[in-house]
Design a protein around this ligand. Sequence first.
Ligand code: RIB
Length: 344
Amino acid sequence: MSVGTVSNVLNRPQLVAPATRARVQQAIAALGFVRNESARQLRAGRSRTLGLVVLDVSNPFFTDVARGVEDAVTQAGLAVVLCNSDQRVERERAYLDLLEEQRVQGILITPVAGVSQRLRQLRRRGTPVVLVDRWAATPNQCSVSVDDVQGGQLAAAHLVGQGHQRIAFVGGPFGIKQVQDRYDGASAVVREAGLPASALTVVETPALNFAAGRAAGERIAGMPPRRRPTAAFCANDLVALGLLQEMTRRRLQVPGDLAIVGYDDIDFAAAAAVPLSSVRQPRDQLGRAAAELLLEETAGHRSHRHRQLVFAPELVVRDSSDHHRRRPRNRADSPSPAAAASPS
Ligand code: RIB
């Protein structure tokens, strides 16, 4: 049995006759042979993995995106290494260094800030990169995202359409482009409705997580009723769920005292004690499309053209912002059940 035949059985089994392939596989099993991936990688120059760097691995948005990535990548016979930057630039950079050392075939990333010098250097040195959940401003960079400005417009139009004239935008930091774009979309709708700029106030958060939403809820609940917003558009669902829980803890009604809209439409949104309205992102599609773009580029297809795929957001209205479904407030009306358990 030649070395070439054994190599084909391991790497290109479709090239080997079934009977020969079976004999080789029996010999491999009998010898207990396990291929040495490091040696293979040294010869091939590239591993059989892709890197996926997400902002917050505890956010179901990213695990849903990761599942779409994994489905596409495993179908191609490769594996995914998941890295969590935790919204920290220095941690993102450390992971990019590690992934380049590991000679991954390519990197999918939701950058903490913009497209860093390090990402550009990675591409110059031969590692393809696709941005996920972030639109690439340059035509020679692949990206897959949702139109976040449109998403902000959908949320604000829904709340303005219900007569809200004191709306809080709850989210941050604004260095994350998605947050800025969602705010810009909401701000444009408020302006075009002829409302004063004060109709949309910002309650900035240090992060896009449940704890930040609860802290924002403390600030909002502490405002004098006449100044308190009557609605909140949150930069993502974790912030919205934290805000919802804090409102409920303080016996404030949602949507009666505060209508709430989130962003992503993760599974916890519909499952919340007061089902959460949210701007839906097609998470599985985002992940799958980003992986397919990267696989096309890493395969060296001459037909590969860098492109920016943009999906449309969709507003899903539920109890948390639909005053038609508002429960009447009465003495017998026991305080609404505790809001959804924290997803994290
Ligand atoms: O990527 C930034 C944010 O956009 C994440 O928190 C995620 O929830 C998405 O909405």
